[in-house]
Design a protein around this ligand. Structure first.
Ligand SMILES: [Zn+2]
Length: 462
């Protein structure tokens, strides 16, 4: 019998309100027991892992990942994206449909699901496009996508501007019990903005992407959720106004939810003016600790690794996202892992594509900004990466309940480390956090009872 026993860890399972020292037994890919486990339950040939001093929690899920396959495998493949997820402590990822071709038909859904299973590693859940070719004009076959196994629909990377079309999409989605995830961007307000519209966009001479460009669509989505009863989920929230809209709507019981990405609540738009400006302007106290050995990282102005969509916003917006996470307005954490090739990013700021990788650093950044800073508990943070996304997507995941799939993450919450370009598992290097003093790191990623990744597998630094 395939079995694994994790001993001496601090087991945190928010779905079962468990946070206590406990052992965890896995038998044949399922959680078999949690707590003090009787010797008679444990097979003689069990593999033991001593996890004392570490946190053991349900496998983390990232519901906003771009795996880039099919069609853009120079940036990332399903295999390398899965490897980056496992390295970061993630047992499940949800991939976005803006591939080439886009995931707007059952065939592409099947292709990705089959390839992910063949590669093995972490669980890959697929989202389907809302409109054909993500063009925002004609609905994709939503029923067919559901039958093919998508867990949600989204035009991520794009946003449907026609409110009537979005309404019809919501009505279909409700019929098929699928959440609608939306990248909130009003094109007429944003036009060709490349960074947050504010002091720094003026100072740097870059075109602005105003907060209202996001808030407008969050407000639209709230109205459409009320009108249709569909579950609408607002992706990668960046603006203070969006958080307030969501907070008010949720108080009224509207079926609306939101997610936040660590870069939006770690950095601000001052980062685009360079490390020299960021640290005095907004970076003070960002770590909650100062490494005795490592100086603050440096980077030049106009560094395209700080260009993402939606953009990094003001210190006030950053604070509002943190408050929204702390009071439960924003229930879900994710990375918006968006790999791009060096040659695409190494151009003028205006011309670089939006997006950064995130799977390997998001756990550390979330721990630092939310838990180590004292804003929320470890259990609350874990819920935002496990049971909350699983509930939104109707997945039987995100818990250590006996009988559940043995997807388990083991991490060291207080370990200090830094992210090294040479060790990333992703195919792309577009990340602003190399060399930053980070705190908290995954140690083992167990998927269906098997180790998808564990620490000893890291190659020694070259
Ligand atoms: Zn997006």
């Amino acid at each position: 019998m395939n079995s694994l026993l994790l001993t001496g860890g601090r087991v945190i399972d928010p779905a079962n309100h468990l946070d206590a020292p406990a052992d965890l037994l896995i038998l044949d890919g399922k959680i078999a027991a949690v707590g003090k486990i009787a010797g008679t339950q444990i097979p003689a040939d069990v593999e033991r892992m001593d996890v004392s001093g570490l946190v053991v929690c349900p496998g983390l899920m990232d519901l906003h990942v771009h795996l880039r396959e099919p069609g853009q495998s120079a940036k990332e493949t399903i295999a390398t994206g899965m490897a980056a997820a496992a390295r970061g402590g993630f047992t499940s990822v949800v991939c976005m449909p803006n591939t080439t071709p886009s995931i707007d038909n059952a065939g592409t859904v099947a292709l990705i699901r089959e390839r992910a299973v063949r590669e093995g590693g972490v669980n890959v859940f697929v989202t389907g496009a809302i409109t054909k070719g993500i063009a925002g004009e004609e609905l994709a076959p939503i029923g067919g996508l559901k039958r093919a196994g998508v867990v949600a629909i989204t035009d991520d990377g794009h946003c449907i501007q026609n409110n009537d079309l979005m309404r019809r999409a919501c009505e279909y989605a409700k019929m098929f019990d699928l959440p609608v995830m939306d990248h909130c961007q009003d094109y007429s307000l944003v036009t060709d903005g490349v960074m947050h519209e504010g002091y720094w966009s003026t100072a740097l001479g870059l075109r602005g992407w105003p907060s209202a460009g996001e808030e407008m669509i969050v407000a639209r989505n709230i109205l459409l959720a009320e009108l249709t009863g569909a579950k609408i989920h607002c992706q990668h929230l960046s603006a203070a106004g969006s958080v307030q809209l969501l907070r008010d709507a949720k108080k009224r019981g509207v079926s609306i939810s939101g997610e936040a990405c660590p870069h939006h609540f770690t950095l601000t738009d001052a980062a685009i003016a360079g490390g020299e400006k960021f640290w005095p302007a907004d970076g003070k106290g960002i770590f909650g600790f100062k490494s005795p050995t490592q100086p603050f990282p440096e980077w030049p102005s106009y560094d395209t690794n700080f260009k993402m969509n939606p953009p990094l916003r003001s210190a006030r917006d950053r604070e509002a996202i943190l408050e929204g996470l702390a009071d439960g307005t924003i229930e879900i954490l994710c990375s918006d892992h968006a790999p791009h090739c060096d040659y695409e990013k190494e151009v003028e700021f205006d011309y670089a594509p939006f997006g950064i990788t995130g799977l390997e650093v998001e756990l550390a950044l979330s721990l630092m900004q939310l838990v180590h800073s004292g804003r929320i508990s470890l259990a609350e943070m874990i819920a935002k990466y496990t049971v909350n996304p699983a509930r939104l997507l109707n997945l039987k995941k995100g818990t250590l309940t006996v009988g559940a799939d043995a997807d388990v993450t083991v991490f060291a919450p207080d370990r200090e480390w830094s992210f090294d370009k040479r060790t990333t598992a992703s195919k792309s290097l577009n990340n602003p956090f190399y060399g930053w003093p980070l705190k908290g790191q995954a140690v083992a990623t167990i998927v269906g009872g098997k180790k998808a990744w564990f620490e000893q597998m890291v190659p020694a630094h070259v």
